[in-house]
Design a protein around this ligand. Structure first.
Ligand code: ZN
Length: 177
């Protein structure tokens, strides 16, 4: 089956240790919270606060973010809390023009050891078409924000999945401390 580049992931070395979400690149093993370019860092607490940047106003992007955070809360022992952006937020959603075929990107500008204090999840809205694709990409970037690695066959490697597999749920529940 041909690989449709635009719907696959990739991690590229991007300034600020970003994980660029674009095309191909699937790792054989699955690690947790080892940081970019393949994984995110651990969340610094169990209540994942999130907010939308000023430009994050589209219905699909907002609805997908809320649905994915609810999914994280339902599928794991983490909770979610939506609030206004401030310096203490765990995951800030923003839009960006990302390079090439990159459609989503996780960065952690504020880290303490293997814990991310404040992650930024950026999305290239011109390249993400339809609610289901927003769900897929949002699931992927939030996954990084709670430490997930590319590898397990769920939204962290698939271009269509919109949830976390059992293996990744176990990592989040047992290994984030
Ligand atoms: Zn990724």
């Amino acid at each position: 089956m041909p690989i449709r580049i635009s719907t696959r992931w990739a991690c590229a070395a991007v300034p600020l240790l970003a994980i660029a979400f674009a095309f191909t690149a699937t790792a054989a093993a699955d690690y947790y919270a080892v940081g970019p370019p393949e994984a995110g860092w651990k969340p610094d607490n169990s209540n994942h606060t999130y907010c939308f940047g000023q430009e994050y106003t589209g219905n699909n992007m907002k609805d997908a973010a809320h649905a994915t955070m609810a999914g994280l809360q339902n599928q794991t022992t983490m909770t979610k809390e939506f609030r206004n952006c401030d310096s203490g937020i765990d995951a800030r959603f923003a839009l960006a023009n990302l390079p090439g075929s990159v459609i989503g990107q996780y960065t952690c500008p504020d880290r303490s050891g293997s814990y991310c204090l404040h992650a930024v999840l950026e999305y290239d809205s011109a390249a993400i078409v339809g609610y289901n694709k927003w769900l897929n990409v949002t699931c992927h970037e939030i996954g990084h924000s709670v430490g997930l690695f590319h590898g397990t066959s769920d939204c962290m490697t698939s271009g269509t999945e919109t949830s976390y597999g059992n293996h990744h749920q176990t990592h989040i529940n047992n290994d984030r401390f």
